[in-house]
Design a protein around this ligand. Sequence first.
Ligand code: GDP
Ligand code: MN
Length: 388
Amino acid sequence: MKIHEYQAKDILAQFGVPVPRGRVAATAAEARQIAEEFGGKVVVKAQIHAGGRGKGGGVRLASTVQEAEQHAAAIIGMQLVTPQTGPQGQKVKRVLVAEQVDVERELYLSLILDNSAGMPVMIASAAGGMDIEEIAATRPEEIHQVLIDPVSGYQPHHGRKLAYALGLAGEPFRQALQVMAGVYKAYTATDASLVEINPLVVATDGRVLALDAKINFDDNALFRHPEIAALRDRDEEDPLEVQAQELGINNYIKLDGNIGCVVNGAGLAMATMDVIKLAGGEPANFLDIGTVNDPQRVVNAFKIMTQDPNVKGVLINIFGGMARTDVIATGVVAAFRQMDLARIPVVVRLAGTNVEEGKRILAESGLPVITADDLGEAARKAVTAVTH
Ligand code: GDP
Ligand code: MN
């Protein structure tokens, strides 16, 4: 789950990371009031989940209260397009009005799980304020990393190594260590999967501050943090993904291709996507219905598929372990009866528990279901069905 910058800053501040003073506003009048409190010299920042807001005109500096109000009026309600939103952009509902900081240096700092090392890695760079993926690709020597063993946790030597690499000294060096310790604490305490501060700045007065902040959370741990789960902003999420969750499908991710996949188990979903690609096709989504013996779950998956205009065909690939393939087949038949699936060819491959019964249900339904006995055959049939 993602949250807004102002929410991420609130959390980081609770863990001792200094952030500029600021408050969120939903109207230009509110923004003006906040700007007055801070003496007029503020930055007005669009609050959307995507990054790159500066490039899209969503971050504007103001020198006076009037200017702050004008910036807020221009930003609130705009459809902000950034390199991360896609061409349709994202509607801005609120702005963060924060005290403006006189910046001496912009740095980059993040903490993320290194999957291959099996532990968090803290990443720092002197090339702050820029797209970190681009730095990694073009100037990898400017990216510094330390792995942090979660058993012993963050130690000052981790921070010292990064702070030296950034060329910090004196008071900013000491403060950077405080920031890194706070970032680690915030990451572990909230079950975050990413904390990113870009830029982390050294101000002309020597303060080290998080000028921007991004935190992503592990969805599977949200049940332990109701106060964080409450920060969810559904307006920022893909509407079909939200609907899928409401229908009990927790693992649905929309992709760019045209073959909708209905699969049980995340591993099988990955394999199915691979085999579709191997057969020359492109998956339209990643959808894991989970291991539930409920035909309605299959119907719900079709409800999602039929709302995605990119879906030109559906491939159902079920391996029945604890899941019963006859229940899945019943769900497929129910979906055909309840919905108009005429425009969508459906390929079904069933294997495992009760597969004979599952195949019989499909055969006796008289429905135009295309069946396949193995995954390769199913993928080829799905690709053929969407290309003809
Ligand atoms: P992003 O573009 O979505 O990553 O938004 P940021 O919060 O990172 O803001 C973009 C850029 O605006 C930063 O990299 C800074 O260069 C600049 N910026 C933001 N706040 C301030 C501020 O208080 N003072 C100054 N001088 N620049 C700022
Ligand atoms: Mn940023």
